[in-house]
Write a protein that binds this ligand. Structure first.
Ligand code: PEP
Ligand code: MN
Length: 293
């Protein structure tokens, strides 16, 4: 066995043959990806903040204004949402094309770049008009024809790890994008499923260990999303700080003006005040390891 990475499912031949473009070529090989003037994979750790869903124009304008003031580099929020169950009341329906329009207006008014999810190729022309980073959600991580279509837009892409996937599968998916000549790929750890998480109060477990592990294997920047992983806002602070300590190159946070009123996953967003205080703590941990927020 040529595995020199104990505890991982990746072998030296995988690096050479299965995902040569995603693989690190030497110890110092690290991609620096500049998106709208924010560099991922360098000293600075950019932040994505925003609601789970683009619920209304009022909400998204309020969020854009506040998170920008607090110091988020990008605004996140889904207009097209991979909702776990198909039944929704009117209030909780995806806002889809309308949501994209509100993101566009908020981006123009508050001058903040956007990251938003796309789930189907047919919406790529619409979504790429507004977004600065295409978010490929966990559930689509291995939808290979879709990965290729996203890659061919030439836009920066954030590939969320499926909650059941190995590093090997994740890097294999990233390779599909890189192979199309699209080099602007960010990876995002967002929590994995383990037996004790099969309760609706505790959905996922943040795989902190995958951050240093992925850093041994790939030059692509790694983002951490403690909001989706913990599913519980009181844990977001510590898991964010731990992600920075573990070497994350970016942090994705769900932030909502009234967290418990969030249309989707109301237990996980933090408030503006919590975000502001957390950012101060993030600065301290970043400083301790020679990085900045
Ligand atoms: C999201 O970021 O809103 C999302 C749906 O994330 P994930 O694909 O990780 O569940
Ligand atoms: Mn979500």
């Amino acid at each position: 066995m040529d595995n020199k990475f104990p505890g991982k499912d990746v072998t030296i031949s995988d690096l050479k043959e299965k995902f040569p473009l995603a693989a690190k070529k030497n110890k110092n090989h690290q991609s620096k990806i500049d998106i709208c003037g924010h560099v991922f994979g360098g000293k600075k750790i950019p932040i994505f903040a925003g609601p789970n869903m683009v619920e209304s124009k009022e909400l998204i304008f309020d969020v854009a204004k506040n998170i920008k003031k607090i110091g988020s580099s990008f605004m996140r929020g889904g207009a097209f949402k991979p909702l776990t169950f198909p039944y929704r009341s009117k209030k909780f329906n995806e806002t889809r094309e309308k949501g994209i329009e509100w993101l566009m207006q908020a981006k123009e008014k508050f001058k903040i770049p956007i990251i938003t999810e796309v789930m189907e190729t047919k919406f790529l022309p619409l979504v790429t008009e507004v977004t600065d980073i295409i978010q490929i959600g966990s559930r689509n991580m291995q939808n290979y024809p879709f990965l290729v279509d996203c890659a061919q837009t030439g836009m920066p892409i954030m590939l969320k790890r499926h909650y059941g996937s190995s590093i090997r599968d994740w890097l294999g998916a990233a390779e599909y994008i890189l192979k199309e000549g699209n080099k602007n790929v960010l990876l995002c750890e967002r929590g994995v499923v383990v037996p004790h998480t099969h309760r609706n109060t505790s959905r996922f477990l943040l795989d902190l260990q995958v951050i240093p592990a992925a850093k041994e294997l790939t030059h692509l920047p790694i983002i951490s999303d403690p909001s989706h992983a913990t599913f519980w806002s009181p844990w977001v602070k510590s898991m964010t700080l731990a992600s920075i300590a573990a070497g994350a190159d970016g942090i994705m946070l769900e932030v909502h003006p009234n967290p418990r009123e969030s249309a989707v996953d109301p237990l996980q967003p933090i408030s503006y005040g919590e975000f502001k205080r957390l950012r101060e703590e993030m600065k301290k941990v970043a400083k301790a390891i020679g990085r900045v927020i």
